[in-house]
Design a binder for this molecule. Structure first.
Ligand SMILES: Nc1ncnc2c1ncn2[C@@H]1O[C@H](COP(=O)(O)OP(=O)(O)OP(=O)(O)O)[C@@H](O)[C@H]1O
Length: 321
């Protein structure tokens, strides 16, 4: 099952690089003069192909800005961004839009599903808009991976058994959003707090699907998150502070991520607590309970759920490495 995305990522000229995206000396500044804010301050990073990368850091550290610049959703003030072999900082708007459409997938917090379309139509919508014919075999494989095969004709509201309009999206919405991002076989998928709107169980499920798409389909994923439990699903966690990359970890447990985030709290210049399972729970002070606690943000791992990755490797309780 590892060939599909790898084949897709060879792109038009057949070149396949080990680096799916890169930033070189990237500066992003907003405003001028006294109101100038430097959101990214000479960031150098390579995003490995076929890996799951999480971006963490205190609020305002530049996580979303880095993701938006890497994804070509925002321009850089200085420096260079490449997606595969294409330097996108030199592309004109039309070419950039085309590259984003053809090579990049997105999963936003709100999922942006259309309630009038059924699951299958939502999944193939970006390709329909681009005038591309879906690769049926691939789309079916993706649909099987996220467990939607028997619910393709359901609309998003029906997927969760009569979910009310305005209610937070259910796990099924997350499944459709993941399938939609994967369906066009993008070289890279960017997620901006994709579990931010989900309850703990649905969040764990979505993260499990992302993990599977990397392990089984060879997908490349970059995810911004505040949640140490979510970051523990990643192969690599990048830490930003004041617009700079200040640290990274490989295959960390949720506890290790949380410990690293606490060190930002200790720094007077980052006087904000990291987002933790407890930071929004009344009556729970710092330090938080263990991320193994079933009440933690992504809930308990269910060994019976075939869609969720095994915890010994990438589970909600971190890795048993
Ligand atoms: N459009 C904008 N105009 C002006 N300043 C901005 C703009 N977007 C971001 N910033 C500033 O850039 C810095 C980095 O913001 P960014 O949203 O990337 O941080 P973040 O780490 O994603 O924060 P959070 O965790 O709160 O989402 C912050 O100081 C922010 O106020």
């Amino acid at each position: 099952m590892t060939t599909a995305v790898a084949n897709a990522s060879t792109g038009g000229n057949g070149a396949l690089t080990a680096v799916a995206a890169s930033a070189r000396q990237v500066v992003k500044a907003y405003g001028v003069g006294e109101t100038r804010v430097v959101a990214l301050d000479r960031v150098d990073v390579d995003i490995a192909r076929g890996a799951f990368t999480a971006i963490m850091g205190p609020s305002g550290s530049g996580k979303s800005t880095l993701m938006h610049c890497l994804a070509g959703l925002d321009t850089v003030t200085e420096g260079h961004i490449s997606i595969g072999e294409h330097e996108i900082t030199r592309l004109k708007d039309k070419k950039l839009t085309q590259l984003r459409r053809d090579r990049i997938g997105f999963i936003f917090q709100a999922f942006n599903l259309l309630p009038t379309l059924n699951a299958y139509e939502n999944i193939t919508l970006p390709m329909d808009i681009a005038g591309r014919k879906p690769d049926r075999a691939w789309v079916e494989q993706v649909i099987g991976t996220v467990g939607l095969a028997d619910r393709l004709t359901h609309r998003p509201n029906q997927l969760s058994g009569g979910q009310q309009q305005g209610a937070p999206p259910s796990g099924s919405w997350g499944r459709v959003a993941v399938a939609r991002a994967l369906a066009a076989r993008p070289e890279i998928i960017f997620g901006d707090e994709p579990t931010g709107n989900l309850d703990s169980r649905a969040g764990a499920e979505l993260l499990g699907f992302l993990r599977r798409s990397v392990d089984e389909l060879g997908q490349t994923i970059v995810m911004v998150t505040h949640d140490p439990v979510a970051a523990a699903y990643a192969d690599r966690v990048l830490y930003l502070a004041d617009g700079r990359l200040v640290d990274e970890m490989h295959r960390p447990t949720a506890e290790q991520v949380l410990d690293r985030m606490r060190r930002f709290v200790g720094d007077a210049s980052h006087a904000q607590q990291p987002h933790t399972p407890e930071s929004h729970a009344p009556g729970h002070g710092y330090p938080p309970r263990s991320v193994d606690d079933p009440r933690s943000v992504s809930g308990p791992y269910s060994p019976d759920d075939p869609h969720i990755a095994a915890p010994g490797h990438h589970g909600t309780s971190g890795r048993a490495s």
